[in-house]
Ligand binder design. Structure first.
Ligand SMILES: *Cc1c(COP(=O)(O)O)cnc(C)c1O
Length: 491
């Protein structure tokens, strides 16, 4: 039986499920047919026996196959997942239970409004909480991810400036920004102008003053930035942008450092997105579904995507499509509703004090790691951080060991790697975000692992450079694995 390259690697020394196939084995049992058999020919559907080489295996073999595959993966439910900038926190199971309630899971967006009041109420309530948390005036829950939220926000900025009769062509983006920021600005038709960071790792005010001309539509700023540092001059930055007619977009992917402690709406932000799948504990990874709500100041409210959920005088909620200045739809229906349910469950389970505590614990954990690894790894910006810390491989480079090698070696120690080589302003970056979910024992083990790897880099660098040694596959061609994944067992 033909096996692809990928599946041959996967089996190694274990028999491959597809090779256990034998004619007549069944993985299901159906009751005898009690209706007339339908003729499916001509419907374009294939019967199992029309597919050549369709594997025939038992139910148990199928279960074992997929269960085994699942154990070859690593997730937040397996152990620490300190992927910087991703906020890979625990997804509380109570969220899942609530999202599976029949009335919510089985709801349909085409249900009449009078039968959807509960779902609308969930979205309305979540919106109000998110506005309270961010200090903004109005919000859309529609975008399906952070990057999608960025696009929504920038289109709204464009609409506002057009309404003012202004054609501004540039968007300023700091050199520490996430790659989605310049991509968003470029796709929206703006020219991207790079903004330099200063020696402290934050926006260089002199550079901002130089590049902030009347051709600049907006500054896209992440705060805390991707170095995990709070932009302390945020008020002056906001004033400078506003004085010259621009808008301040905040990439809110790092809100896990701010919730309950600081509100972007209070420090001059005009529009921002949130990542519910980061800050608000909805599942993350595997390509979705996510949710990237966009919150705005009142000036931008008329441009929100449709529909906007509004409450009538009688308390009934409705989806308002009659909004002449809207930028239109950004996604079908209301967005990824299941994520709203989970985020709301998370917010309500934590309450104000819990959310604040979460933020403080996330920041404490990152600083614990920062101090724990001092001396073992170079720290390009040596100052207290927020929810994540960024080291570099500078010391290990002397032995030919890079951030990517160290990350691979971490796998042998049982941890998911940190974020490698981002942010780009730090050469050989090692970006670590433990989140509040990690307990002290786990942080200590993680620190010990990274310290052991630092020692190995000096004494046996080859061992680090050829890691991982404990996985089924060692070094993949990561680009091809992402761009041309082999998703079938046979071509
Ligand atoms: C994750 C992230 C994004 C993009 O969010 P997605 O939901 O992955 O599209 C943007 N900016 C920063 C700083 C991020 O960490």
């Amino acid at each position: 039986m033909a096996i692809t390259r990928a599946s041959r690697h996967l089996v190694q020394n274990e028999p491959l499920i597809f090779e256990r196939s034998a004619a007549g084995k069944r993985g299901y049992q159906l009751p005898p047919l009690d209706v007339p058999a339908a003729d499916l020919t001509g419907l374009g559907r294939l019967r199992r026996d029309q597919i050549a080489d369709f594997p025939e295996v038992s139910e148990l073999e199928v279960i074992r196959h997929f269960t085994r595959l699942s154990t070859w993966n690593y997730g937040v439910d397996t152990g620490l997942y300190p992927l910087g900038s991703c906020t890979m926190k625990y997804n509380p199971r109570v969220n899942e239970q609530v999202a599976r309630l029949e009335g919510l899971a089985q709801g349909h967006p085409l249900q009449p409004e009078e039968l959807s009041q509960g779902a609308l109420r969930i979205m309305h309530l979540l919106s109000r909480y998110l506005l309270e948390i961010t200090g903004m005036d109005a919000i859309t829950l529609q975008p399906a991810a952070g990057a999608h939220g960025e696009m929504t926000g920038i289109l709204m900025i464009h609409a506002l400036l057009s309404a003012r009769g202004e054609a501004r062509h540039k968007v300023l983006i700091p050199d520490s920004a996430h790659g989605t920021n310049p991509a968003t600005a470029a796709i929206a038709g703006y020219q991207v102008q790079n903004l330099r960071s200063n020696a402290r790792g934050t926006v260089d005010l002199a550079d901002l003053d130089r590049v902030m001309t009347d051709d600049v539509a907006a500054l896209m700023l992440t705060n805390p930035n991707t170095l995990g540092l709070f932009e302390e001059d945020i008020h002056r930055i906001a004033d400078l942008i506003h004085e010259r007619g621009g808008l301040l977009y905040m990439d809110g992917a790092n809100m896990n450092a701010l919730v309950g402690r600081a509100r972007p709406g209070d420090f001059g932000v005009d529009v921002m997105h949130l990542n519910l799948h980061k800050t608000f504990s909805t599942p993350h990874g595997g390509g979705g579904p996510g949710a990237g709500p966009v919150a705005v100041k009142s000036e931008l409210e008329p441009f929100l995507p449709i529909p906007v959920i509004t409450a009538g005088a009688d308390g009934r909620l409705r989806a308002d499509y009659d909004r002449p200045r809207t930028i239109g739809r950004m996604r079908s229906f209301y967005g990824n509703f299941g994520m709203f349910v989970r985020a709301l469950a998370y917010i309500m389970a934590n309450g104000c004090d819990g959310l604040k505590q979460t933020t403080e614990d996330a920041v404490l954990n990152a600083n614990y790691i920062r101090r724990g690894l001092e001396g073992a790894y170079a720290l390009p910006y040596d100052r207290p951080c927020m929810h994540e810390c960024v080291f570099s491989d500078q010391k290990q480079q002397a032995h030919g060991v890079s951030t990517g090698d160290i990350a691979k070696r971490l796998i042998d120690y049982g941890f998911h790697p940190y974020t490698v080589s981002f942010p780009l302003v730090v050469r050989g970056a090692m970006m670590i975000e433990p989140t509040e979910s990690a307990g002290r024992d786990e942080l200590d083990e993680f620190i010990a692992a990274l310290r052991a790897i630092a020692a190995e880099a000096e004494t046996e660098p080859e061992r680090v450079k050829s890691a991982p040694h404990t996985t089924r596959l060692s070094r993949l061609d990561e680009v091809s694995a992402a761009r041309q994944p082999i998703l079938r067992w046979r071509r």
